[in-house]
Design a protein around this ligand. Structure first.
Ligand code: NDP
Length: 336
């Protein structure tokens, strides 16, 4: 059983030395257990938080422990009557080829619902995050301008497409010309601005000539600095992620932006709300029903960045924090 362990905690950006590929015997299921073979492993930005022991909303991975993560897995052996060999399940078995489960933390996947890996993206945690953050906190109305950062990623691509379904004008922010072109030509956004362009703030302002009513925050940093002056009266800002800061080792240099931010929130009566998707768990079926009907009706484009081989997970994950992925990043660890 190949397992990827946390070898050490990163200081700043993770490196391949922070991970260790380990070999151990394939575990044998006891009564009530199933043996899972990982087919797809989801790589997500929150894993950077699990590598660190700074206080967070979830416990860190121990040094020497298996890296955590959502997986699509096949039941390879079963001592649990609820599962049979060959069943595909959604599990949280982490960065390893094999794992045991008592079945309580598994969900069987319906083979009719498109590709199994969608359970890790469009129809899973990132899609659910996009749906709840945008609709419950952002509350977009037809005709409003919605801006989303990391626009071609797992969460951002879904946010923008839901906002289009709600009749909004959608402006994406993404890294590089190819991603921006894709957001407009394929995802149907009205515009998409490259945050690496030197005149990014000016380009964003020009694309949002009526200001911004909903800003779905995935990034923070310089992207937020460009968005803040454009936020309209009563704008809503769901704060979903701050990926630009995840590798930070200290406070950013430069002037203190806090008084400017607070002043703007006050004068423009802006609602800014952080959220962690766990809190919405009781509403998962509400999301799942609506999203599966949209997907069945062909209303969503969804791009995956599939990397072959569990051994390539560390490098792929490092790239995720640098914008090297194009679409939802998943590792294909085994045969479908
Ligand atoms: P993505 O598929 O969007 O991949 C991450 C993307 O972030 C990169 O491709 C890159 O896109 C962008 N990025 C990386 N570093 C920077 C940087 N320094 N500055 C600007 N952009 C950067 O990932 P997800 O869709 O899975 O996650 C998006 C966000 O949502 C993350 O912040 C994540 O933590 C958050 N999240 C929060 C959840 C919650 O419960 N609150 C749940 C799930 C996700 P580009 O090249 O376009 O810049």
């Amino acid at each position: 059983n190949r397992r990827i362990l946390l070898a050490s905690r990163p200081n700043g950006a993770p490196t391949v030395e922070n991970f260790k590929l380990d070999q151990s015997p394939v575990p044998v299921p006891a009564a009530g257990q199933v043996l899972l073979r990982t087919v797809y492993l989801s790589l997500d930005p929150y894993m950077r938080g699990r590598m660190s022991d700074a206080p967070s909303y979830a416990a860190p991975v121990e040094v020497g422990g298996v890296m955590v993560g959502g997986t699509v897995a096949r039941v390879e052996a079963s001592e649990n009557p609820a599962y049979k060999v060959g069943d595909l399940v959604l599990s949280y078995s982490g960065w390893q080829d094999y794992a045991l489960s008592d079945g309580k933390d598994l969900a069987k996947l319906d083979p009719k619902l498109g590709k199994p890996s969608y359970a890790l993206g469009l129809l899973g945690m990132p899609g659910f995050t996009a749906y709840m953050g945008l609709l419950d906190i952002g509350q977009p109305k037809a005709g409003e301008t919605v801006v989303v950062a990391a626009a071609t990623g797992a969460v951002g691509s879904v946010v923008g497409q839901i906002a289009k379904l709600k009749g909004c004008r959608v402006v994406g922010i993404a890294g590089g010309a190819d991603k921006c072109k894709y957001a407009v030509a394929e995802l149907g956004f009205d515009a998409c601005i490259d945050h690496r362009a030197t005149d990014f703030p000016q380009q964003l302002a020009a694309a949002c000539d009526k200001g911004i009513d909903v800003y779905f925050e995935n990034v923070g940093g310089a992207v937020f600095d460009a968005v803040l002056p454009l936020l309209n009266l009563h704008a809503r800002v769901p704060v979903c992620g701050l990926i630009a800061n995840y590798n930070a080792t200290g406070k950013p240099e430069g002037p203190d932006h806090l008084p400017g931010l607070m002043g703007r929130l006050l004068v423009r009566r802006i609602k800014m709300q952080g959220f962690i998707i766990f809190d919405y768990q009781p509403r998962y079926m509400e999301f799942f029903k609506e999203m599966s009907s949209w997907v069945a009706a062909g209303k969503f484009k969804y791009r995956e960045d599939v990397v072959d081989g569990l051994e390539n997970a560390p490098q792929a994950f490092i790239g995720l924090l640098e914008g090297k992925n194009f679409g939802k990043l998943v590792i294909r660890a085994g045969e479908e």
